[in-house]
Design a protein around this ligand. Structure first.
Ligand code: NAP
Length: 246
C-alpha cells in the first residue's frame, strides 16, 4: 500500500480512535485527528505522532453538524490532501431504562453515532469516487449485533451503522471503495470508566478469552481492513470480542 495516503479518524482524541490514529501514523500514513471537545488530548496525540515523522494534524468538529464536518474535510484536504481512508469512530454511549430515554437523548445518540457517519461519508465520497480508491471503516459494537438491556438507543444506533455499511458497500463497490464495519466487544476506554470492578470481572468471566479488549486490538482489525490483504472484503462486520459473542 502507498504509505503516503491520508487517513481521517473521527473521535481520535481518546480511546479506540487514539489507538487507530497511532497505528496508521506508525505505518507512515498522513493522519488527521478529529475531536469534539477534548482539544488538549488531541493536541497531545498530535505531538506524539509528529515525533514518528508522519504528517499529522488535529481538527475539531462535532460530527453531528454537517457544517462542521464540511469544514473539517476542507481543512484536511488543504493540509494533507485527499482523504483516502475514513475511519468513522466517534461515538457516544448511554445507559438508561428504555422507558426513561427521552426524545432528546434518543436524537442525540442517533445524531452523533449515525448521522455523524452519514455526514462524514457524504463529504469524503466524492473525492474517493473521483480517485476510484477508498476505504471506509465504521465502528459499531457487539451491542449493535445482539442488543444490550438498558442501552436500547445505543444498540439501535450501532445496528443502524451495520445497515449503513452493508448498503453503502454495495453502492460504492463499483468505484473501488470498500466499506466495512468493526463491532468491538468490551474495550478498556473512558466509555466504560463508569463500570465498577465487579461488573468488569463479570464481563471478563463471560468472555471465553477471559480478558477485556484494548484499543490496540481494534486498531489492528481496522488497519487490516484498509490493507491490501483485505482487498476482497467489503460490506462485512468483524467483531473482535474475545469470544463474548459468537
Ligand atoms: P471514548 O473513550 O468515550 O472516546 C470517544 C471519542 O469520540 C472521543 O475522541 C470523543 O472526542 C469523540 N466524540 C464524541 N462525540 C463526538 C462528536 N459529536 N463529534 C466528534 N467526536 C466525538 O470512546 P471509545 O470507547 O474509544 O469508543 C470509540 C467508538 O467505539 C465509539 O463509536 C463506541 O461506540 C465504539 N465502541 C466502544 C466500545 C468500548 O467498550 N469502549 C465497544 C464497542 C464499540 P472528545 O475527546 O473531544 O470528547
Amino acid at each position: 500500500m502507498n504509505t503516503q495516503k491520508t487517513v481521517l479518524v473521527t473521535g481520535a482524541s481518546r480511546g479506540i480512535g487514539y489507538a487507530i490514529a497511532k497505528k496508521f501514523a506508525q505505518n507512515g500514513f498522513n493522519v488527521a485527528i478529529n475531536y469534539n471537545v477534548n482539544r488538549t488530548a488531541a493536541e497531545s496525540l498530535e505531538r506524539e505522532l509528529a515525533s514518528l515523522q508522519c504528517r499529522v494534524m488535529t481538527v475539531k468538529a462535532d460530527v453531528s453538524s454537517q457544517e462542521q464536518v464540511l469544514y473539517m474535510i476542507e481543512s484536511v484536504n488543504s493540509h494533507l490532501g485527499n482523504i483516502d481512508i475514513l475511519v468513522n469512530n466517534a461515538g457516544i454511549a448511554g445507559q438508561s431504562l428504555f422507558t426513561d430515554i427521552t426524545t432528546e437523548e434518543w436524537d442525540r445518540m442517533f445524531d452523533i453515532n449515525v448521522k455523524g457517519m452519514f455526514h462524514c461519508c457524504k463529504a469524503v465520497l466524492p473525492q474517493m469516487i473521483r480517485n476510484k480508491w477508498g476505504k471506509i471503516v465504521n465502528i459499531s459494537s457487539i451491542w449493535g449485533l445482539t442488543g444490550a438491556s438498558c442501552e436500547v438507543h445505543y444498540s439501535a444506533s450501532k445496528a443502524a451503522i451495520i445497515g449503513l455499511t452493508r448498503a453503502l458497500a454495495k453502492e460504492v463497490g463499483p468505484s473501488n471503495i470498500q466499506v466495512n464495519c468493526v463491532a468491538p466487544g468490551v474495550i478498556d476506554t473512558d466509555m466504560n470508566s463508569e463500570l465498577d470492578d465487579q461488573t468488569l470481572d463479570e464481563l471478563k468471566e463471560q468472555t471465553p478469552l477471559g480478558i477485556i479488549g484494548t484499543g490496540n486490538d481494534i486498531a489492528e482489525t481496522v488497519y487490516f481492513l484498509t490493507s491490501d490483504n483485505a482487498k476482497f472484503i467489503t460490506g462485512q462486520v468483524i467483531s473482535p470480542n474475545g469470544g463474548f459473542l459468537i
